[in-house]
Design a protein around this ligand. Structure first.
Ligand SMILES: Nc1ncnc2c1ncn2[C@@H]1O[C@H](COP(=O)(O)OP(=O)(O)OP(=O)(O)O)[C@@H](O)[C@H]1O
Length: 253
């Protein structure tokens, strides 16, 4: 992979709490436009790794590079400004607003239009247009005027993704986006994620292997905080070590 094709890269990333190493020497490269899944058994260190990427945790050692810039020490909000965003659960304020209102607010925030309240936003028709375009991409335009809290969980997850996309990320990090939603809705959710523009690199954690093998074009397997292997879905599916890890887990359960 050439430097121009790299969206994000880690070098020997480690995170320990006391003697416990949640991530050890994780060196990964995420290609621009990839749909890159992180998989591995419970406690493998996937969420820890995402937190090291977003700046939620600082690593014990190692580096994080966004393109060619070392962002290892950069605070979370500065990483968002540079194009790296993760989804957050919709808070009470956003849950009580309509879908369109919340996305408009998120776009205003990005554009630095802090004093614009929704009632005066009609003047900023370009903000409303951008919000509607985003909702159309996410197949949420029919829900634009619904109160977010009243939507099915799968749709609420899409609103969370809309709010993340309102920051105009080049990298979108998703930690189990389909957790807790019915299977039919999760398939729909991933279909929408799969159709996001290719200028957004998507890194996601997912436990449902059906979804992983359907939607990822690259898979990294973490076990015990370390990279076990990485490859295309076909390579990972054929890797006996991966089967062993999951069979071991199933036997354990
Ligand atoms: N703040 C923390 N302090 C101490 N240990 C932690 C902390 N955060 C996570 N851990 C530990 O690190 C290990 C890895 O956790 P992590 O959540 O990264 O795994 P995961 O692969 O995302 O697991 P799951 O699939 O169950 O969500 C776990 O044993 C967890 O208890």
């Amino acid at each position: 992979m050439t430097q121009q094709n790299i969206a994000l890269r880690t070098e020997g990333l480690s995170k320990s709490w006391g003697a416990f190493a949640a991530n050890s020497d994780v060196s990964l490269t995420f290609a621009k436009g990839a749909r890159h899944a992180l998989i591995g058994p419970n406690g493998a260190g996937k969420t820890t790794f995402i937190n090291l990427l977003t700046g939620g945790f600082l690593p014990s050692s190692g580096k994080v590079y966004l393109g060619d810039q070392d962002i290892t020490q950069l605070p979370q909000h500065k990483r968002v400004q540079r194009g790296m965003t993760r989804t957050f659960q919709i808070n009470t304020l956003f849950a009580g607003m309509t879908v369109l209102e919340s996305v408009v607010l998120a776009i205003c925030e990005r554009r630095g239009l802090h004093s614009v309240w929704y009632k005066t936003v009609e003047k900023h028709t370009d903000v409303v247009d951008e919000a509607m375009a985003l909702l159309t991409t996410l197949k949420l335009s029919a829900e634009a005027n619904s109160i977010t809290r009243s939507l099915a969980y799968g749709k609420q997850r899409l609103v969370e993704i809309a709010l993340a996309l309102a920051t105009k990320p080049s990298i979108l990090l998703l930690d189990e986006p389909a957790a807790g939603i019915p299977q039919a809705e999760s398939k729909e959710l991933f279909e929408v994620i799969a159709q996001l523009p290719r200028d957004v690199t998507v890194v996601f954690i997912e436990h449902d292997m059906g979804l992983v093998f359907r939607f990822a074009d690259r898979i990294t397997v973490l076990v015990g905080g370390k990279v076990l292997t990485e490859g295309t879905p076909a390579e990972i599916a054929a890797d006996p070590r991966v089967k062993e890890v999951y069979l071991g887990e199933a036997e354990h359960a």
